[in-house]
Design a binder for this molecule. Structure first.
Ligand code: FAD
Length: 473
């Protein structure tokens, strides 16, 4: 792309066209005023990212349709879209869940289609204003700030200029084994979503899975689809499994009524009391827990680093397993595997990948509260340890360059990058950028919960409004 008359290539450059970047474009296109939006995304399609590129119907959203609208002002948006999609024959297996549309757990690949349709509609809305969105398929390798805006360098050395840029780069796959580089684990591991790859495994072979969260649950679905019939051993530090998501009734928003709760300890105590009260009335503990979610960003951003560390150390495993819950169809499979004795969960942390030959892996683990290491062998290894939020440990050109140029600084607890509450990034000297913004998972340190559909949808709307006023200002 070239600039004519020193006019930048775009008003707004968006780096990453997953859910975050695409929803930001949707909101920008819907707003009055002309703006040229360029999304640089290495994948072939916008609106999908890792999560919504899933092709198997068994890899579903972890919330029902009523909870997963991308429109913060219209909670029924997905339910209505899904009803039409099902009526048009788009998801014939939906009746297997025996639930009304609002309560269905849709395949993530179908959710990606929903996001893409909302983008297409927004393009039509923006056209009369002269607004456009273009997908440039490449990876952004470098970013520089200039007096008049931002300049991106792409993988083929093409340069792109824009008045503003937004980092919507999403989550980076986990690169962690504590004592060993990620490469040992990742090189030995089968992708949790690669059903084709799993078909090539010995169907009777023992599969070892590292991590016991929702990615592990997806991996069980993938193995099942691939026809695996052998034993599965799951290793995670605490051995906690995600609870199944139920549909609890409404519960009073106790945190809205009590702003004195600030510390982790106060929060946990109050939540326990609320759960006990609910259980005493025969009401699901998930009801009070679900009221906490909207307050997490406020509580996290008010907390000191010490309190945040306490939360991460003591509450996080519990929070992950209770809050990030499993969709019922996958949870049923997990229960079946446990009951059949094929699935074993171990509270043990990976220490090393000792051998990784095709069809044969050997790892060493340390069981909780045990000193000695145990060696375990299997036919395959799956890495479901999640996400690397520390940008200093992410092995990508753009993140390295941004840190090296001092254009960003690590966020609280080194989770993602630092930004002001409206998403303007802070440079290494703590100055708030007037041109560079971030949204979604890179703001993990700012909000703690900055990843789920509802988080991203809210941020996209607010950031679009901010960019509009900057553009007009
Ligand atoms: C497997 C999985 C399942 C999930 N399931 C749910 C769920 O059920 N419910 C829920 O609420 N949330 C779920 N999430 C969380 C959440 O919805 C996603 O993480 C969401 O996709 C975040 O959107 P994003 O666009 O910020 O990131 P991503 O989807 O990760 O997209 C970022 C995009 O940026 C691109 N990119 C990155 N760097 C560059 C670069 N330098 N140049 C060009 N392009 C770049 C990547 O190619 C990628 O497509 C899930 C996440 C995952 C990974």
């Amino acid at each position: 792309m070239t600039s004519e008359n020193n006019r930048p290539d775009a008003d707004i450059l968006i780096v990453g066209g997953g859910l975050s970047g695409t929803l930001l474009a949707v909101h920008l296109l819907r707003l009055p005023g002309q703006r040229r939006i360029v999304i640089v995304e290495s994948r072939s399609e916008l609106g999908r990212g890792e999560a919504y590129s899933a092709t198997d119907p068994g890899h579903t959203l972890n919330g029902n349709a009523a909870r997963m609208s991308v429109d913060p002002d219209d909670a029924d948006d997905l339910t209505r879209w899904l009803a039409e999609f099902i009526a048009a024959g788009g998801w014939p297996e939906s009746d297997e869940q025996h639930a009304p549309v609002a309560e269905l757990f849709a395949p993530r690949g179908i959710f990606g289609l929903y996001v893409q349709q909302r983008l297409a509609e927004a393009q039509a809305l923006g056209a009369p204003y002269g607004s456009t969105v273009e997908h440039v398929r490449s990876e952004v390798m470098d970013l520089q700030t200039e007096a008049s805006g931002i300049r991106l360098t792409l993988a083929d050395n093409t340069r792109l200029s824009g008045r503003f840029a937004v980092l919507a780069t999403g989550m980076f796959a986990a690169a962690r084994t504590p004592q060993h580089g990620s490469n040992d684990l990742n090189a030995a591991a089968v992708d949790p979503w690669d059903i084709e790859g799993m078909r090539r495994l010995d169907p009777e072979g023992r599969v070892l899975i590292i991590g016991s969260g929702l990615t592990m649950v997806d991996a069980l679905v993938s193995l099942e689809k691939a026809g695996h019939r052998g034993p599965i051993d799951v290793f995670s530090r605490h051995g906690l499994l995600p609870h199944v998501r139920r549909q609890p009734p409404a519960w009073p928003d106790f945190l809205a009524a009590d702003h004195s709760i600030r510390s982790t300890r106060q929060l946990v105590r109050a939540l326990r009391e609320q759960c006990d009260q609910a259980l005493a009335q025969g009401i699901d503990w998930q009801a009070p827990l679900d009221t906490v979610r909207v307050h997490i960003p406020r509580l996290w951003s008010q907390a000191t680093d010490l309190q945040r560390r306490q939360f991460v150390r003591h509450v996080r495993p519990w929070w992950e397993s209770h809050h990030h819950r499993s969709p019922p169809p996958s949870a049923q499979l997990l229960d079946r595997l446990l009951q059949a004795g094929r699935l074993s969960i171990h509270a043990a942390s990976l220490q090393a990948v000792l051998d990784r030959n095709p069809g044969q892996v050997r790892i060493s683990v340390r069981h909780r509260a045990e000193e000695q290491l145990t060696q375990v062998s299997g036919a395959a290894l799956i890495n479901s340890t999640g996400i690397q939020y520390d940008w200093r440990r992410v092995d990508r050109a753009l993140t390295r360059q941004l840190l090296a140029r001092g254009l960003v600084q690590p966020g609280p607890l080194a989770l993602g990058i630092a930004a002001d509450p409206g998403g303007a990034v802070l440079d290494a000297g703590g100055r708030v950028s007037g041109r560079l913004f971030a949204m979604g998972p890179p703001l993990r340190g700012l909000w703690w919960e900055s990843t789920a559909v509802t988080d991203v949808a809210l941020q996209a709307k607010a950031l679009a409004a901010r960019l509009r006023s900057l553009q007009e200002g």
